[in-house]
Design a protein around this ligand. Structure first.
Ligand code: FAD
Length: 500
């Protein structure tokens, strides 16, 4: 068995995944541990989308030690308090999936259990009144949390929208300043050792080779190394997440930058709207079995807030995950590891998670099979938990107005999700299982938002009398409303702190 630590790392690809990985490894490993080379091809380019994030990106930014205002300025970004879902449960109906938690848990019981009881008794407004991110988003307001004791202002959870190309450029500068060497050129061959199948070098068009001990495949959908060389296999989830194309186009924006992503359900999928400082990102994610590209294009272009700034671009994909994320000395991070579609902005989080888990299981020259198999198992579970949350959006609908929605409403779903829905329909209970990404607020927001009415409330909500519950919830709603009033407009906040 070989020993000694990894001395050369090659990152293949310079999209968000490649440069996030390069920046993180440079930061954590430092200059002396290993030489890091990143290979990318300007001629091939990047996928160029991926503009909405979830609050966990703050952990990544803090780990890099980057200045947040500079980051937002450089990526022409904006702030995100959650996602507004329009026409999903039923046409003409919308709801908000906020970051953070609803209200305050009481007596060890989830806040939403008390709310449901009161709401079913006709004594409580819609649950958004108990979420500061939801209330602030409705008013177009934003600020970062401040130290304000028990006020909801202390716990504002937020993420970002940013220009994906500028994000990769920002991280490139960061990584190169810390010693990462960039090689430009198209890889035409991957050379593996005859004895053990480990990758030894990648060969560029100009005939040069890049050798490394560890190869990180960030080459995008086709998985140049993980699939092309290592044949890791792909688990196809099209039966659950049928969308297989996206048509993307930016358009002009307005001075009023909304602090949330909007997702509007359409005839055969859904349309995103992501407001940045200099434009709005838009895209129609659809299933080509149910709609033609021409109709998708027409739908997208007739539902923009401003003037289109480019020709719409089609991106094709198959939802699913790589059967193995790590094979021998090759680890897939980013789109090369799979793609579940952008509905809840989870791909950049998956990159972050892949990097964190790679660092947590960082190999030496022996490439311990138990570490590799644990890495593969943990990431597979994490991906499946997110998959189930995404499927819920398609499944929990009353829409009968198109073949696409008829398919989604009636499709078979994984057992674990079917159980979660049944538990919710019975008593409104939602749980965060194990370490899954989405918490009980997220599950509750989408379940109740998509019109899944529980038959009764959680019996433990009767720990408090109806009157006491009402008094406490009124106090919470008042605190939320006062806090939302206090916050500045999102556009003003950007102008004052991080205008590009
Ligand atoms: C429609 C759509 C919308 C999305 N929206 C979101 C979102 O809102 N939020 C979110 O978190 N994520 C989103 N994502 C996902 C996000 O875009 C990706 O996770 C992210 O951009 C990472 O992509 P990547 O770096 O893995 O791949 P890419 O951007 O495709 O980069 C691949 C890199 O590999 C290089 N490369 C490939 N082959 C070769 C070769 N032969 N030789 C040399 N170099 C090569 C390319 O040049 C490029 O640099 C979205 C994805 C899609 C498709």
């Amino acid at each position: 068995m070989k020993d000694g630590h990894i001395r050369n790392i090659a990152i293949i690809g310079g999209g968000s995944a490649g440069w996030m990985t390069a920046a993180a490894l440079a930061r954590i490993l430092g200059r002396d541990y290993a030489a890091i080379t990143l290979v990318e091809s300007d001629a091939i380019g990047t996928v160029g989308v991926g503009e909405a994030t979830i609050p966990q990106i703050n952990i990544f930014n803090r780990m890099l030690g980057i200045d947040e205002d500079e980051f937002v300025r450089r990526t022409k970004g904006s702030f995100k308090l959650g996602i507004q879902f329009v026409d999903w449960g039923r046409k003409g109906h919308s709801y908000f999936h906020p970051f953070g938690k609803y209200g305050v848990d009481m007596e060890g019981v989830s806040f939403h259990a008390f709310w449901l009881r009161l709401h079913q008794a006709g004594l409580a407004p819609w649950i958004d009144a108990y979420s500061l991110p939801a209330s602030a988003a409705a008013l177009g307001k934003f600020m970062r949390p401040i130290d304000a004791g028990k006020s909801p202002l202390s716990t504002i959870a937020y993420a970002f929208h940013f220009d994906a190309g500028l994000y990769a450029a920002f991280l490139r500068e960061y990584a190169e300043a810390r010693g990462v060497v960039r090689r430009e050129g198209r890889i035409i061959n991957v050379h593996q050792a005859a004895d053990d199948g480990f990758i030894r070098t990648v060969e560029l068009e100009d005939g040069t080779h890049v050798a490394a001990d560890l190869f990180i495949d960030c080459s995008g959908f086709h998985g140049l190394l993980i699939e092309g060389a290592m044949q890791a296999g792909y688990v196809d989830w099209s039966q659950y997440l049928p969308c297989n194309r996206a048509m993307a186009v930016p358009c002009t924006g307005t001075a009023d930058i909304t602090p949330y992503t909007r997702s509007t359900a359409r005839q055969a999928g859904w349309q995103w709207r992501i407001p940045l400082q200099h434009r709005i990102g838009n895209g129609y994610v659809y299933c080509s079995d149910f709609i033609s590209d021409d109709v998708a294009r027409e739908t997208l272009l007739s539902n923009l807030d401003g003037e289109a700034l480019a020709e719409p671009r089609i991106i094709k994909f198959t939802t699913g995950r790589r059967r193995q994320y790590w094979v021998k000395n090759c680890v897939a991070i980013g789109l090369s590891s799979g793609f579940m579609e952008p509905l809840e902005s989870t791909s950049i989080w998956m990159i972050q998670s892949g990097i964190a888990r790679l660092l947590g299981n960082f190999p030496d020259q022996s490439f311990s099979p138990v570490d590799i198999s644990r890495f593969n198992r943990v990431l597979a579970t994490e991906t499946e938990e997110i998959r189930d949350f995404l499927i819920l959006h398609y499944k929990a609908t009353e829409r009968t107005d198109s073949e696409f929605w008829n398919y989604c409403r009636t499709m078979p779903i994984p057992d674990r999700l079917a159980e979660k829905i049944a538990v919710f329909e019975n008593s409104g209970r939602c749980f965060r299982e194990n370490e899954e990404l989405f918490n009980d607020t997220s599950w509750f927001a989408v379940m109740i938002g998509q019109l899944k009415a529980p038959r009764r409330h959680d019996p433990v909500a009767e720990l408090l009398t109806l009157e006491e519950t009402r008094t406490r919830l009124e106090q919470i709603a008042r605190a939320v409303a006062n806090s939302a009033d206090y916050m500045p407009l999102h556009s003003d906040f950007i102008r004052q702190n991080c205008a590009s």
